[in-house]
Ligand binder design. Sequence first.
Ligand code: HPA
Length: 277
Amino acid sequence: MLERTVLEENLMLSAYVLKERLGGRKPAVGLVLGSGLNPLGNEIENAAYVPYAEIPRMKTSTAESHVGRFVCGTLGGKEVLCMQGRLHGYEGNNAQEVAYPVWLMERMGVEAIITTNAAGAVNESYEVGDFCMMADQINFTGRNPIAAADPANLSDRFFSMTDAFDEGLRAIAREVAQEENVRLQEGVYLGLLGPSFETPAEIRMFRGWGADTVAMSVCEEVIAARHVGLKMLGISLVSNMAAGIEGASPTGIEVLEVAKMREGDFKRLVTGIVARM
Ligand code: HPA
């Protein structure tokens, strides 16, 4: 884990380069597009594209279906800074590396982030193809991006996670889902390191803990964002029933197929939310 001072210097350098490449664009909303959900990034107009690999001190995406670039431009009439693909812990990134682009987006002026992913449903009443807004999260990655040695005054080391997901943004999402006739569940999201899928015994345990969906991303991003005061909205696409639920045995292929099928509704839902933020 990096000392905070080093992290600070890295962010300054990354922000300097990204700002130059954005050519005066001033994004207000951040968007993180998860597995199979990257096509929405192609709808952004007047866009500037900056591959993560061209930003110093930042890792790049290696996961299938993750393009690995920032797309900055207009969506739903707003200036957005979109991560077309994310960084995962299962790619070998530590928690700070996963969280790094969130902090970078904050430096670019973003005030709120919509983070998205594909997830397995632990809640048996959910259906494949449903969207599920995160009401709260359980960070079961075993990692935390704020955990770092720092000799300087870290007065904000202990900060609240009681309002991880913003109630105002959730209200907007509910409205848009209703108007657009898109089924939007609301539940507790549990994030794991991966990359193996869970065992049925693990899923039964998570259900007992109150989890409704499960996947291998998001939690570290949300913690990092809340640490710097960014508002968060989290939306999962239920790509499969979690292991053992209705006999399910998830595969990566299934995740991408369902995302393709639900592409249209996902675009309308997210674009509609952005428009009202
Ligand atoms: N488990 C973990 N991660 C996932 C799943 C799942 O069932 N579906 C999509 N990402």
